[in-house]
Each structure stands twice: as C-alpha cells, then as structure tokens.
Write a protein that binds this ligand. Structure first.
Ligand code: 8YV
Length: 321
C-alpha cells in the first residue's frame, strides 16, 4: 500500500521524467504509449489526484465534467492548451498548468529549419537523391529563394516568436511582427511592429506563425489574408494547424501565389490533408517542434514542478486557471 498521490500520465514520457514520477507518486504510466479514448481516460482517472496529458488528449468540457472528484490538477506536458477546456476545469476547481519557456529554443530551431528548407527546396532536393532521380548538376537546377537579408513577418511575438526573431537576425533578416500587445522597446530589438495582421502581411516575404490556437485565431490565415502576402512568399507554421485554412493554403501553393510552405503542425494530426503530400513546394514535419532530448526532459520536469507545488498547496509557476 502506498499513500502517495496517484497521477495518471496519458503518454509515454522521457525516462528521467518517468523515474521522477515513479519516485514521487503512485504513477499510472502508459508503457505502450497507446492513445486513450475519452472513455478510457475517464475510467483510468478513477482515484487520481492529477492528470499529466499531452496535446494529443482532448480534455473537452464533456470529458472534464466526467472526471472523478479526486482530480485536483491537470498539469499538461505542453505549452499549448487548446486541448483543454479551461472554463470546464475552473467550474470543477481543477487547477491547470502548462510548460512554457523550456521549449522556446527547440521550437524556434524547427521554425528556422522549416524556413530554410522551404526556401531552398530541401524536400525536392532530398527526394531526388533518395529516388535516384538526380541526373546532373545544372546552373538553373533546383533554384530556391534566398533567405539572407529578406523580410520575415512574425505572427505572434511571444516567447517562441522572440527567439525566432533572434535566430533570423543571424541571417540579416528584417523583422516585422504583429502581436496583440506591442513589445516593450527593449524587447523589440529593431523589429517593426504592425498594429494588425492585415498591416503585417504585405511585408512578409517569409511569414512565421507563432500564435496560439484560440477561437480568434481559427483559420486566421485564410484566402483573403494570403492574398495580402507578397507574391512568391513562404509560410512557416510551428504553432497550431488550426490557425491555417488548409484549402486556402493549398490553393495558394498550387497556383504559385506562394513559393512554398514549411509546416510542423496541421489540422487533424496525424491524418493531415493528403494534398500537402502531393505538392513539391511543401516541407513537412510531424509536429516535432519541441522534440529534443533536452527539451522533452525539461517539459516533463516543468510539469512535475507545477504538480509538486499544487500538492504542497502552493501556487504553481505556470497556472493557467
Ligand atoms: C509538444 C506542443 O510536442 O507544447 C506544445 O504545445 O505542441 C509540443 O511542444 C506537445 O504539445 C506535447 O504535448
């Protein structure tokens, strides 16, 4: 018998994180890394004090309403929290936390990789080698779009957006941004603020999306707004698929309005719109923005720091509600 709090962990987590979990809690781990249905999740939550979900578990109002009374906290292993109905959690006095900061660098690295890969046609180049279709070198062969010195528009200048701006400055890019709130001058570092998405878009030779998925940002990048981008521009998304209207993006990629797109996040992951895979001017990754050994450990430790604080009756660092 143990009187340690029971914690339900919905996915397999890094070894060091699971070691701390089993040391400090009666941890219900998911060794098979199975995706639980809502019904299974509710059933497995019987008697648990806290749930540690990933973005792959949808904790809708309906699910949260059916959780047992023992659940006092949801400490998500993610910075995004669009998978959790915060109001439903609040109504049940369940504290919700996320894991900001620790994944800024890793996610900005993937944004930069996508930007470079989409600009220099990395997918097409690699595919030619892997399919033995690289016939010869040519002076006009596989011409990409140069990155150095170009204009980068950042949609959502939060933690990740600011690191992305810093990395892009290494390529002498001119940074433009839109954020709900203008940054303090000492944080802007020369980035040019625009007071609306519509004002930002005409400056984006490259557009990198870093805003959260909310009802306000749902399909924010739609046909009308894509039309405001300069011709031949590149769209990068490491935030959430829901910010983009797939029909509009695919049609702009097909028509040549856009040069290319680099995407790490999609609507309806992992069953993404198959049309993206038919296009040569897409560079696609399977939601690996934060997937480094260091960052995934840090995300787990951050979720557990939040949980420790909640159990000790203290204010967790990353309380959302
Ligand atoms: C994670 C993410 O891979 O933190 C987020 O919001 O999208 C990624 O870093 C994922 O959410 C893990 O749950």
């Amino acid at each position: 018998m143990t009187n340690k709090p029971i914690v339900l962990v919905t996915r397999e987590l890094p070894k060091a994180v699971e070691e701390r979990l089993t040391r400090d809690f009666d941890a219900r781990l998911n060794a098979d890394d199975k995706i639980y249905s809502s019904e299974e999740l509710i059933e497995l939550a019987a008697g648990v004090t806290a749930i540690i979900p990933c973005h792959t578990e949808k904790l809708s109002a309906e699910v949260i309403q059916q959780l047992p009374d023992s659940v006092k906290a949801i400490c998500s292993f993610s910075v995004g929290y669009d998978h959790i109905d915060l109001q439903a959690a609040k109504a049940r006095n369940i504290i919700v936390t996320n894991t900001p900061d620790v994944l800024n660098d890793a996610t900005a690295e993937i944004s930069m990789l996508l930007l470079l890969g989409a600009a220099r046609r990395a997918y097409e180049g690699e595919n030619q080698i892997r399919t033995d279709s690289w016939a010869d070198w040519g002076a006009t062969f596989q011409l990409g779009k140069q990155v150095t010195g170009k204009k980068l528009g950042i949609l959502g200048m939060g933690r990740v957006g600011q690191i992305m701006a810093r990395r892009a400055r290494g390529f002498d890019m001119e940074i433009h941004y839109f954020n709900r709130k203008r940054l303090a001058p000492e944080l802007e570092l020369g980035a040019i603020y625009h007071d609306s998405v519509e004002a930002l878009l005409p400056h984006c030779e490259f557009l990198s999306i870093h805003c959260p998925a909310t009802p306000e940002t749902h399909h924010l990048i739609n046909a009308e707004r894509i039309a405001l981008l300069p011709d031949n521009s590149v769209v990068i998304n490491t935030a959430r698929g829901a910010v983009v209207d797939d029909d509009a993006l695919i049609s702009a990629l097909r028509s040549g309005k856009l040069f290319s797109a680099g995407l790490d996040v999609f609507n309806n992951e992992p069953n993404i719109d198959p049309r993206y895979k038919e296009l040569d001017n897409t560079f696609l990754l399977p939601h690996i923005g934060s997937a480094t050994e260091e960052t995934r450990d840090q995300m787990g430790f951050r979720a557990l720091d939040n949980l420790d604080a909640i159990i000790a009756g203290e204010e967790p660092k990353d309380r959302l509600i």
